[in-house]
Ligand binder design. Structure first.
Ligand SMILES: Cc1cc2nc3c(=O)[nH]c(=O)nc-3n(C[C@H](O)[C@H](O)[C@H](O)COP(=O)(O)OP(=O)(O)OC[C@H]3O[C@@H](n4cnc5c(N)ncnc54)[C@H](O)[C@@H]3O)c2cc1C
Length: 364
């Protein structure tokens, strides 16, 4: 029996064997679309519901069960904290078949990474609840979509970001397959092939210049973006061809991109196309808590992920659009240690106050 299996067995015994149907059947939360009904995967303690005699609060409620949230959950579970991960089940890289650039996990499926992470965290008593968090009230009361409320001493937000894609037929359908955004995630797999870059975002010229490192055959499609004279010069100097005019759609043969069709009907053959999405943090619950934001509207955090609101941390893509999977996981780990220390400080403060109380009473 592995350490993980051993801990999981201990946990379910300690809880009087309360395991829900999903766990009993071995069903795991994966990267499929979110469902509204909460579902628990880990050995379960009954979650506190407002007005129902309120069980002790969780030490930490982690909102979001991607690499950032699960990594934090693992560290906090091992630190013997009572932790719930509430996850809507729609991680950002779910459309991709393989995860790249994560040392020791290169080529793994994104779903398998999260499944492994959930199992590891569950082995230390962490609960995973499949649900969407709608709001968080100070204190903290974490409200789920079904109306139930979890109480938490600390909150760790790891809800990722939303990629808004250009509204060009074929882009959304092929996203994560051969419509890509990150050369460091996917460039190697399409190296030396005919590549395109869609100019739907101010960052697209820079993306085309970067992508030349993976292929000699890069075509820039300005679409709605008019490159400046300087940008045209840089593209030409690096051997990036410009195909003018609006892009009408992406053309596929079966499940493979064939090319980019321009408004006039001409099809430029391409094996893969890169876009720069507009990235929006999924940080709604942090707004109500009053977390400070920077000029671009992103929540401000320190090196440990601590926000301006005491007791609230934000890690992974919700706080940093550049975070890769391994970076997001690292942020989660660092935040977990900071959260544990924050809880410990509070516990020591309470212990000292209790320790002094008999002396005070004696003096009366
Ligand atoms: C197509 C694609 C391919 C990629 N490939 C790679 C790659 O190969 N290598 C790499 O390093 N990076 C890759 N990335 C980047 C990678 O997806 C991110 O680095 C990573 O997902 C960030 O992890 P995270 O935990 O911050 O967020 P996510 O993985 O997005 O997880 C956030 C979780 O929070 C949940 N959530 C959101 N809101 C709520 C809410 N209100 N209540 C409850 N749960 C909520 C979501 O459903 C989701 O499960 C890729 C990205 C894309 C788009």
């Amino acid at each position: 029996m592995s350490a993980t299996e051993h801990s999981a067995t201990e946990q379910s015994t300690a809880d009087g064997g309360t395991v829900d149907a999903g766990t009993a059947s071995g069903e795991a939360v994966s990267g499929e679309a979110a469902t509204s009904a909460p579902r628990r995967d880990a050995p379960r303690r009954d979650a506190p519901r407002e007005g129902e005699g309120m069980a002790a609060p969780y030490d930490v409620v982690i909102v979001g069960g991607g690499p950032a949230g699960l990594s934090a959950a693992l560290v906090l579970g091992r630190a013997r904290r009572r932790v719930a991960v509430v996850d809507a089940g729609a991680p950002r890289n779910a459309p991709a078949a393989r995860l790249r650039g994560f040392l020791s996990r290169d080529g793994m499926s994104p779903g398998a990474l999260l499944e492994t992470g959930r199992a590891e965290a569950a082995g230390y008593g962490v609960e995973t609840i499949r649900a969407r968090v709608e709001h968080i009230a100070p204190g903290f009361l974490v409200g789920l979509a079904d109306g139930s409320v979890l109480r938490a001493r600390r909150v760790l937000m790891a809800t990722g970001l939303h990629d808004e894609l250009p509204d060009i037929p074929g882009v959304r359908e092929r996203w994560g397959k051969d419509v890509l955004h990150c050369p460091y995630c996917h460039g190697y797999e399409v190296r030396d092939r005919p590549l395109g870059v869609l100019g739907s975002h101010p960052g697209a010229v820079g993306q085309a210049l970067l992508l030349r490192r993976w292929s000699d055959d890069v075509v820039f499609f300005p679409h709605t973006l008019e490159p400046t004279g300087g940008e045209r010069e840089r593209l030409a100097a690096r051997g990036v061809r410009i195909a003018g005019g609006r892009v009408a759609r992406l053309v596929a043969d079966g499940d493979r991109l064939r090319g980019v069709e321009l408004a006039g009907g001409r099809v430029e053959p391409r094996s893969a196309v890169f876009v720069v999405p507009r990235m929006t943090p999924q940080d709604g619950p942090l707004t109500a808590l009053g977390c400070a934001r920077d000029a671009d509207g992103w929540v401000v955090v320190d090196a440990s992920g601590r926000t301006s609101v005491p007791g609230v941390w934000a890690v992974g893509n919700v706080a940093d659009r550049r975070a890769q999977v391994i970076t997001a996981a690292g942020m989660g780990s660092a935040a977990a240690i900071a959260v544990d220390h924050d809880l410990l400080d509070e516990e020591i403060g309470r212990a000292v106050a209790a320790h002094r109380e008999p002396e005070r009473l004696q003096r009366l």
